[in-house]
Ligand binder design. Sequence first.
Ligand code: GLU
Length: 428
Amino acid sequence: MITQHALPSYLNPEDLGPWGQYLQQIDRVTPHLGSLSRWVETLKRPKRILTVDVPIERDDGTISHYEGYRVQHNMSRGPGKGGVRFHQDVTLSEVMALSAWMTVKNAAVNVPYGGAKGGIRVDPKTLSRGELQRLTRRYTSEISLIIGPNKDIPAPDVNTNEQVMAWMMDSYAMIEGNLSTGVVTGKPISLGGSLGRREATGRGVFVVGQEAAAKRGVAIQGARVAIQGFGNVGGVAASMFAKAGAKVIAVQDHTGTVVHSGGLDVALLHQHVAETGGVQGFPGIEAFLDRDAFWGIESDILIPAALEQQITAENAPLIRTKIILEGANGPTTPEADDILSDRDVLIVPDVLANAGGVTVSYFEWVQDFSSFFWSEDEINARLTRIMQDAFNSVWEVSQDKKVTLRTATFILACTRVLQAREVRGLYP
Ligand code: GLU
């Protein structure tokens, strides 16, 4: 019998942010967990939370302080794993939720990791390259107490990339006095990174998109695809759908929304974004829309690939699509989830749809340990197989139990986590 004591304030079940969203998702899966539901409280509390002060010297000689976090949500199935986000809106609630979704995601695709996540509340656009490097190195030093190739392995997330991972790896190597490439994934190829890692999340979104489209009788050829976010996830997914013959009819990013019912030229859009920093001002389109109007665009496939809580009770009734592929983490609130599911929109949840990134992170980590590197074809083939198998296992559970794909993914994943929890037992 596990008794529940008063919760610390940061675990407030009334939390309206991403952590509250995650807790509601756990409540929905609990009735399906049978005798394992005895252990469910373990999923409602992160195992370990580290908050750190990150001071850096600015180029003008002043000192700035930033707040950083590393949250290890669960490590029952393996070391912590999950990205690091640099964004001005990062909060502890957000990092806790993102770490918990990593636990579910890693179990859903059955890679041997727990869930973790990190972040710094900073707008990296306000920093020079030197300042960004100092920020990354100091943050790594502050969290070096709890990360390591067998403890917790960071990776890129929003506004972090291969260069940031290289600085993290180097800082950790300097502190430890030995080169351990496996401490982070998403590294440059020249430093033990994996082929295919950069495209892996977008590729995974595309693979589950094909599976979902087949179930819904939507042909990819000619399908109308609308995408929010044109970064490492949305941008890659856009290219893959376009290459497969779909029409990318709308893209929204932090600068604006571009629309073309005949299909945007995705390659040219990439070029424009590389040159100008965003989609705004892209020539040859039908319309620039205001932010909210994006959700009313009729499509066959909608891909939210930006931040959390974008699809809400307010805009969900406007959405006219058949399939939603959650490239972002946590883009749909539970209320919006219900509105859309009642209207028979098929939602492939984040913890399944965007698991391609961490899957190839796992391949990278395995390659680093064995110092034996695979070809890109081999990586992509393995990734495709894992994503297809995970989708089909989730699909079966959803048909069998008559639940949404989100609840089905949580049933599969939470069962795996709690089985490990139960068989390990409590220490001491
Ligand atoms: N940040 C990515 C995610 O949210 C990848 C994490 C990883 O590769 O560890 O899934």
